[in-house]
Ligand binder design. Sequence first.
Ligand SMILES: [Mn+2]
Length: 292
Amino acid sequence: MFRITTRADWDGLVSAALLSVVEDCDRIRFIEPGPFQDGKGEVTPDDIVANLPYRQGCALWFDHHSSNKLEAVDFRGAWWIAPSAARVIYEYYGQDEALAGWDELIEITDRIDSAALTMEEIKNPRGLILVSMTVEGKRLQDEPYWLHLIRLLIKNDTAALLADPKVQNRCEEFRYINEEFGQALNIYSDMVGNVLVTDFREVFHGEQGNRFLAFALFPNCNVWVKAFDHPNDPARVQISVGHSIFNRTCNVNVGELMARYGGGGHKGAGTCRPLKTEADRILSEILGVLKE
Ligand SMILES: [Mn+2]
């Protein structure tokens, strides 16, 4: 019997559901990609790894992130650049009759995982898009909820999944959080030319809503800079920068920009964590680079 190791985002849950249908699996384990890459969690020949970086010794590996490409390593499973890991798994097992009728779920998962959503879908999420936003991989106390969702996904019955009372509760809760988050964004944000700047420093703004909401609320920005108190280090501020998913005209490589301040990321998004005493200067330097 295999154990599935995945990341607890929507793509990871759908991947686990697919693998549960086509392979003999009796356990599911959730790990975030950073710690997993750093060696957290033992990997044995019983492990199927999905939507995470490769780790030596696993039975099968499925992923779609370009940054996880392997050079000259023999592995079983599949990796290619795709909108979701679920898509890679679905096509790998394409001949399996147990997956007949899964097209719709895979298509919506592609759109969710590659942020190919409309502004309306982000501002007023419904259906599976709304459910996907209730999955936040860092809240470990949510593990029973993730397993519950996987059990529902395995049935491949969207209407039943949407009607499930636990799912409906989570959706209600998310709607409320997202509403509050939108109000906080409006209060603490300013447009500086093409740049949206949100300053949440020394402000409690409730729980995080959808990570793309700012781009739907401020369609004129092409890049978003957000500053907030570092969650674990009182001496530091966290600055995160991301290209808009709607207005894709920002050409600044964010990962390189963040690296100047000891941070990192990729072309479209990144973070740095300067000391509080340095944060104002660094924020204005970042703005200087991002402003057109
Ligand atoms: Mn993914």
